[in-house]
Design a protein around this ligand. Structure first.
Ligand code: ATP
Ligand code: MG
Ligand code: FE
Length: 332
């Protein structure tokens, strides 16, 4: 049983083939055009998806040594994401399913980030908590089955990935700044500059305040010393990363305490962050958690995770039809 999966929610055009629950290929084309604009430009993303989708799909089929005739279903990201970008993957998947007379499977991108944990061993046991941290979302998800998930905490303003990218922009680092903050932070002192933690009730997050206080902090320091950023880049990055990770882990700890769940996973682009990975492993050791961290290639956007989600939906015979449209915002 072979499923082709297509991801086009943001700035990665990706296709993967899954055969009987095993990923056989995963091709990702990252759009570099956005770097010069300091962020993803939606219209340019849609056009780049149109350019990339055919070669990416062909490469995914070739890598898996599968032809179109061998396919049993086509899966695609329905949302959430940029509407124009999603429309490219959705239309492509719909036409292909129509032409091949095979079923169509719609996938929620955020559920797929969580299900990336089922690509490789070790796999978390149900129920588990997943902290999904990406460019557009920050969620604590209680997962009771492959397709049974509930968001028990989320950000009320910016996503943590956005906080990484926006603080990086203030430091004049190119987009996406998250990985660069990570790189400089490894060489700096995380306690060099303390930043106030937001006060958010329950399991919800807020990251807009920290971004603003970071901006005022930088403005003041640069007024006093124009070379402040270049002289202290490592310490600045280490301090901001420490603060963002601290906010995430405090809530995760609270969620574990409240639910009694000690199977803990992280997912999404920010789960590639080495500070988060290290602190989570330390905290898990201390609290007796079993911690699950996906391979780097399955943290940021990829179609393998879409394919994994599609595998479970195929088993559940959960199909969609040609009337389906993408959705920029989408609940579980
Ligand atoms: P969403 O999944 O919410 O729709 P997205 O698909 O754009 O958003 P991902 O591709 O999952 O998000 O993640 C991209 C984000 O991950 C960016 O904000 C990027 O800066 C961040 N990121 C990637 N690597 C790292 C890292 N090592 N440290 C911190 N942030 C990182
Ligand atoms: Mg991306
Ligand atoms: Fe994503």
């Amino acid at each position: 049983m072979n499923i082709l999966a297509i991801e086009s929610s943001c700035d990665e055009t990706s296709a993967a083939v899954i055969t009987n629950g095993k990923i056989c290929s995963n091709v990702v084309a990252t759009q570099l055009i956005h770097t010069q604009y300091g962020g993803v430009v939606p219209e340019l993303a849609s056009r780049a998806h149109q350019q990339h989708i055919l070669p990416v799909v062909n490469n995914a089929l070739n890598d898996a040594k599968v032809t179109k005739k061998d396919l049993d279903a086509i899966a695609f990201t329905k949302g959430p994401g940029l509407l124009g970008a999603l429309l490219v993957g959705t239309s492509f998947a719909k036409s292909m399913a129509l032409g091949l007379h095979i079923p169509l499977i719609e996938i929620n991108h955020m559920q797929a980030h969580v299900l990336a944990h089922f690509i490789d061993d070790p796999k978390p046991a149900f129920p588990f908590l997943c902290l999904t941290v990406s460019g557009g979302h920050t969620q604590i998800v209680k997962v009771t089955g492959p397709l049974e998930m509930e968001i028990i905490g989320e950000t009320k303003d910016d996503a943590v990935g956005e906080a990484f990218d926006k603080t990086a922009k203030l430091l004049d680092l190119p987009y996406p700044g998250g990985p660069l903050i990570d790189k400089y932070a490894a060489l700096g002192n995380p306690n060099a500059y303390p930043f106030p933690l937001p006060e958010m009730p329950g399991l919800d997050f807020s990251f807009s305040g920290i971004k603003t206080s970071f901006m005022y902090f930088l403005q003041k320091q640069v007024r006093e010393n124009p070379d402040f950023i270049s002289e202290n880049i490592n310490d600045i990055c280490a301090s901001i990363q420490f603060t963002l990770v601290d906010i995430l882990l405090k809530k995760l700890k609270k969620a574990s305490r409240e639910t009694g769940i000690r199977e803990i996973a992280i997912a999404g682009g920010v789960s590639a962050n080495s500070g988060l990975r290290k602190s989570l492993l330390e905290l898990g050791e201390k609290l007796g958690w079993k911690v699950y961290i996906p391979a780097f290639e399955y943290c940021t956007d990829n179609a393998a995770m879409i394919a994994m989600a599609a595998h479970y939906k195929f088993e559940a015979e959960d199909f969609t039809d040609q009337t389906v449209s993408p959705m920029a915002r989408m609940e579980f």
